[in-house]
Design a protein around this ligand. Structure first.
Ligand code: ADE
Length: 236
């Protein structure tokens, strides 16, 4: 069972989960004494970042991959997990490059409404979960420290790259979500079931609108450095 570190220390080893290699590559390059292995089919690199023990997993895109990657990090001994990467912005005022730190996360493609259940709920509970408050506070402070704008709110996740104004409005309105991506709520559900605290940091790469497929790849040039800067700032 997870025991919160005394004296407000950042949990160690800190698991960092990136769906795509490009999202974690600067963190990996910054690790001292890196050691790689494969757990549950996922590459996991352990090492030291500013002297803090870190486990970096590349999970792959989508919800099943995210859940397996959380299990891999748990198996490797992670004491907590921070998921980093990109998201489509839904909330008014969010700009490309702004950060979103999740308060809670829900799977927008879970739908048993045919049986009178609320959208995004399964077996009587939210398909997703709350983010760890302490880790999320640390992420907000870290993003602020590196000079980026940050917003907190609900993130909606699903196995869909949202590239339509109509669909993004539906998700925002139905779930009161500020951003949409493809892993967070599945990672939150898995982490909750495994008793691991988890927080999610997403950088807005696009507006989940009809331009999203053009905007998203252009933003990938920035993602590795932003993830590294935020994670380093988190480790004080
Ligand atoms: N990740 C980044 N942008 C996204 C989008 N528009 N839909 C789903 N996941 C994303």
């Amino acid at each position: 069972m997870y025991v919160k570190p005394q004296g407000g220390a950042l949990p160690q080893p800190l698991g960092i989960l990136a769906a795509m290699a490009v999202e974690g590559q600067a963190i990996e390059a910054a690790l001292a004494v890196p050691q790689s292995r494969v757990i549950l089919g996922r590459p996991v690199v352990s090492g030291l970042l500013k002297g803090h023990r870190v486990l970096l997993a590349y999970g792959g895109v989508g919800k099943v991959n995210a859940a397996l990657a959380v299990a891999a990090l748990a198996d490797a001994g992670a004491a907590a997990i921070v998921l980093v990467g990109t998201a489509g912005g839904l909330a008014a005022g969010l700009k490309t490059g702004d950060a979103v730190v999740a308060t809670d996360l829900i799977q927008h493609d879970v739908d048993v409404t045919a049986f009178g259940r609320p959208a995004g709920f399964i077996d009587g509970e939210m398909a997703g979960g709350s983010a760890d408050a302490d880790l999320s506070d640390r992420l907000v402070a870290a993003v602020t420290q590196i000079g980026q704008t940050v917003r907190r709110g609900r993130i909606a996740s699903g196995d869909q790259f949202v590239a339509s104004q109509i669909r993004s409005r539906e998700i925002a309105d139905q779930f009161d979500a500020v951003a949409v991506e493809m892993e967070g709520a599945a990672a939150a559900q898995a982490a909750r079931q495994l008793g691991l605290p988890l927080a999610v940091l997403r950088w807005v790469s696009d507006g989940a609108d009809d331009q999203a497929a053009d905007d998203f790849p252009k933003f990938l040039a920035h993602i590795a450095d932003l993830d590294l800067a935020a994670v380093k700032a988190m480790i004080v």
